[in-house]
Design a protein around this ligand. Sequence first.
Ligand SMILES: O=C(O)CCC(=O)C(=O)O
Ligand SMILES: [Fe+2]
Length: 298
Amino acid sequence: MVGLSRLSDTAAVDDVIAALERDGGVIIEDFLARETLEGLRRDLLPLLARQSAGRDGFAGFKTRRLSALFAHTRHCVEIATHPLYLKPAEHFLCRPREVWVGSDKLSLAADVRIGVTQAIQLAPGQGAQPLHRDDTVFLWRHPTGGREGRVQIICAVSDFTAENGGTLVIPGSHLWDDERKPEMSEAIPTVMKAGSALIFLGSTFHAGGANTTLDEYRTAAGLALDAANMRQEENMYLSLSSDLVASYPEQIQRLLGWSAGANHMGWVEVDGQMVDPIHLLGERDRTNLKGVGAARHA
Ligand SMILES: O=C(O)CCC(=O)C(=O)O
Ligand SMILES: [Fe+2]
C-alpha cells in the first residue's frame, strides 16, 4: 500500500491541496522552524510529564494529553498560521454557499476557528487507538464532496516511527462512504522526523499508533482548524458568567453550552482528561473525572 506524499516546507500551497484532495493527508518535512520545535519542547514537555494518563481506551491508558495549548505555549501561533497549513485548511473549510436574503442571492462562506489544541504523548506499551475520523464530532456525512468540517495538523515534537506509535493513516479513506469499516491492515504509520508535520482532513481515518518500544516516548503537538458554521450564534461564554450559569438548573446549563454531548463537542481539560464542562460549574466534585470517551471506550 502506498503511504502519504512527503513535501518540503518550500512546497507550493497548491501541491499541499492536491495531495490532501488525493490522499486525505500529507507529510510536510521540516514544517517547524528549529526555534519553534525547541520552544514547543521547552514549554510542553515539563507540563506533559505532570499530566495524568487517559482513563479510557480512546484517550489511551498510557497516553498523556495536554490541551488548551495557547495557555501553555506561544509557539502554537506558528503552527496555526503557517501558510502550508492555514491556506489549504481555508480551501477545504471555507466553501461558499448561496443563500437568499430577500431579493439578494448571497454567497457566504464560514470562516475558520481553532477547534481543538492538544499535545499527545504515547508512553511505551500504549496500544493503537481505534481508527476514527476526527469530523465525527460534527457527525459529518461522507463522502463530503470536498467540503470538510475540520483540517487537522499533528506536529512531531519527537521523531515519529512505526515502532513508537507514529500516527496511523488510511490514505484515500476521506473518499469512503459511511458504510465502509476501517481495518488496521489498511493503515500506514506516519514516519517523520521531529519538526515535521502530518496534515489530514477531518474525514480521513487515522489513529494513534502502538508504541512497542521499551523506552521511547512519542510526542506530538497538534491542533484542528474547523469550519465555523455550527457554533452557537450568540457567544454565551462571554455574555454570561460561569457563576450566573451555575445558578440555573442543569438542563439550562447544558442548553447554554456547558455540555459535551455524545459527540464530544465542547469538552474542557481537567487533570489531563477531556471532560464534560458541566463539571466546572458550581460545587460539583472534580476528583477522578472520566473523559468524554469513557462511556464508549472503557
Ligand atoms: O496521537 C495520535 O497520533 C493521534 C491521536 C488522535 O487521532 C486523536 O486523539 O484523535
Ligand atoms: Fe483523531
